[in-house]
Design a protein around this ligand. Structure first.
Ligand code: SF4
Length: 451
C-alpha cells in the first residue's frame, strides 16, 4: 500500500515522521509525495496552538472525501492521526472524525505498521469500514518503549538530519501542553544516541541537529553508568567521522551552563547559533508563565555564551497577550528585544491550551490587543533580522548546502549562524561545505558567492 504523510509543527514531529517512514518502508509500504496517489493518509499533528488543531480538522475533511470515493470503488483508504492532537484530543477526534481509522500518540508511532496490518489483513472493504469509529487508539506515554522499538535502518536521509535525544518535559510552563502531549522528560541512553548518530554519518549525513523539548537538560545514562549531560554528549558526537556540523534545539534559559557554553569555544563544528526562547521581557509575566528564570538570568545566559563564542548568534520565541500582560509588561518585552537584537525570532499570540494553568487564569487579554501587540513586536523582530543579514554583507561564512535551488546551478544551504544562503555556482552541490562571501540580502535570506 502507498502512504502519504503530512507533518505539522516542530522539528520533533519531523523526526517522528521520518521514523514512521522508516517503520513503514521497512514493512513494505511505499511513500508517495501526493495524497492523491496514496491509500493511507497520515497526519502527524501539532497541538501547540488552537490554529494548528483546526488546520487538522479541515485537512481531515478533505481526506474523508477521498476515503468515501475510494470506498465507492471498493478500495481501502486509511486515515491515521498521530502526534500531539492524537495524544491530547483522542476522544474529540473520535467524536468529530469517526472516519479516522487509527489514532497514535507521539510515543506509539513505532507500532504504526502493526496497526495498519491489523486493519487491512482481512482485505474487507464495506460500509462498516468507512466509519471505523477509530478502531485503534494508542496513547501510551512511554518514550522508552518507542525508542526501543524503532528500527535501526533508515529509509532515506539527507545532508542535515534531526536526532531526538530527549522527549517530554517536567517544567509545566503554565501555557504549554507539551508535558501533557509528550509526557515526562525522558533522556535516551548515550549508547543509543551514539549508535543512531553513527548510522546517520555512515549514510552520509554531514550535520546532526540534536532535539529535545528541553534539550539542554539532557541527562542520559552513559556506558560508564554515569549520567551524561548535553555538554559531554556533544564532545563525543563531535568525534564522529564525516560530521562537519552539529546543532541542538530547543534550549531553556534556566539550563544554560558555563560547561555547555565552553563546548561552543572548544568544538569548532558546533554551530555558534543557539535557539533560546525568552517568551517575555517582563519578570512578572515570566513568573506567571512559570518559566523559572528572570530577565537578568537571561542576560547572564547571553553573557556566558558570548564570552565563549563572541560571534554567537541567538534566536528566540515570544508569546504576546499572556493573561495579565499589561502595556507596561509589553513595553518591557519591546525594550528586551531592542537590547538583544535577535538574528531571528518567532512570535505568537497567547493561545489557551486544555489542561494548562494559564487557560484557567483571569485577565485573559482581548484578541484585538493581542493582534496589535503581535504586529508591533513582529515589525521590530523582522527589522532586527534584516539588519543582521545586512551586517553580514561582505563577510565570509561557512555554508553547508542541503538542497538544490529553483534556478540553474543554484544551491541552498545554511551558514553556521543559521542564515539561509543561496549561491549560483556549478562547481558545488548538495552536501558541500564551502566558504561563501555574502554579497547581498533578499527578504529572509542572503545571496553569496563561493570563495
Ligand atoms: S520548557 Fe515549558 S514551553 Fe518548553 S516544552 Fe517544557 S513546558 Fe513547554
Amino acid at each position: 500500500m502507498k502512504f502519504f504523510i503530512k507533518n505539522y509543527g516542530c522539528q520533533m514531529n519531523l523526526y517522528d515522521s521520518s521514523r514512521m517512514t522508516d517503520v513503514l518502508c521497512m514493512s513494505g509500504y511505499e511513500l508517495v509525495q501526493d495524497i492523491c496517489d496514496a491509500e493511507i493518509a497520515i497526519f502527524n499533528t501539532c497541538s501547540i496552538r488552537e490554529k494548528a488543531n483546526e488546520k487538522l480538522f479541515s485537512d481531515l475533511g478533505r481526506a474523508k472525501s477521498r476515503k468515501f470515493a475510494a470506498h465507492q470503488d471498493g478500495k481501502k483508504f486509511l486515515i491515521i492521526v498521530t502526534g500531539c492532537v492524537a495524544q491530547a484530543h483522542a476522544q474529540e477526534l473520535q467524536r468529530r472524525a469517526s472516519y479516522v481509522d487509527i489514532i497514535l500518540g507521539p510515543q506509539d508511532i513505532h507500532g504504526i505498521a502493526d496497526c495498519i496490518h491489523n486493519i487491512t489483513a482481512d482485505g474487507n472493504v464495506d460500509e462498516s469500514t468507512f466509519n471505523n469509529n477509530c478502531i485503534t487508539v494508542q496513547t501510551n506515554l512511554n518514550a522508552n518503549n518507542k525508542f526501543a522499538h524503532l528500527p535501526d535502518n533508515f529509509f532515506r536521509r539527507g545532508v542535515s538530519e534531526f536526532l531526538t535525544i530527549q522527549e517530554g518535559c517536567n517544567n509545566f510552563c503554565s501555557y504549554c501542553c507539551v508535558p501533557h502531549t509528550r509526557g515526562r522528560e525522558y533522556s535516551r541512553d548515550v549508547e543509543d544516541v551514539l549508535a543512531e548518530a553513527r548510522r546517520l554519518t555512515a549514510m552520509g549525513v554531514k550535520e546532526i541537529v540534536l532535539l529535545g523539548q528541553n534539550v539542554n537538560s539532557y541527562a542520559g545514562q552513559g556506558p560508564d553508568a554515569k549520567i551524561w549531560n548535553l555538554a559531554r554528549l556533544l564532545y563525543t558526537i563531535a568525534e564522529l567521522n564525516g560530521l562537519v556540523r552539529m546543532r541542538y534545539t530547543t534550549s531553556n534559559p534556566k539550563d544554560v551552563t558555563a560547561e555547555l557554553a565552553k563546548v561552543h569555544r572548544e568544538v569548532p563544528i558546533l554551530a555558534p547559533s543557539v535557539h533560546l526562547p525568552a517568551q517575555s521581557g517582563s519578570d512578572r509575566i515570566l513568573a506567571r508563565m512559570n518559566r523559572r528564570y528572570s530577565v537578568d538570568d537571561y542576560y547572564r545566559c547571553v553573557d556566558v555564551l558570548m564570552e565563549n563564542r563572541p560571534d554567537m548568534v541567538l534566536t528566540s520565541d515570544f508569546i504576546v497577550g499572556f493573561p495579565g500582560e499589561t502595556d507596561d509588561d509589553f513595553e518591557k518585552t519591546m525594550r528586551f528585544v531592542e537590547k538583544i537584537k535577535f538574528a531571528n525570532a518567532y512570535s505568537f499570540k497567547y493561545s489557551p491550551r486544555a489542561n494548562t494553568a494559564a487557560a484557567k487564569m483571569d485577565d485573559q487579554i482581548p484578541e484585538s490587543v493581542k493582534s496589535e501587540r503581535l504586529k508591533a513586536l513582529q515589525r521590530v523582530l523582522l527589522e532586527h533580522q534584516k539588519q543582521f543579514n545586512k551586517n553580514s554583507v561582505g563577510k565570509t561564512v561557512q555554508v553547508l548546502f542541503v538542497k538544490e535551488g529553483n534556478h540553474k546551478n543554484q544551491s541552498v544551504g545554511r551558514s553556521e549562524y543559521s542564515q539561509a544562503v543561496s549561491v549560483c555556482d556549478n562547481s558545488i552541490g548538495v552536501g558541500d561545505l564551502c566558504n561563501v562571501k555574502i554579497v547581498k540580502t533578499v527578504s529572509h535570506s542572503v545571496i553569496g558567492m563561493v570563495v
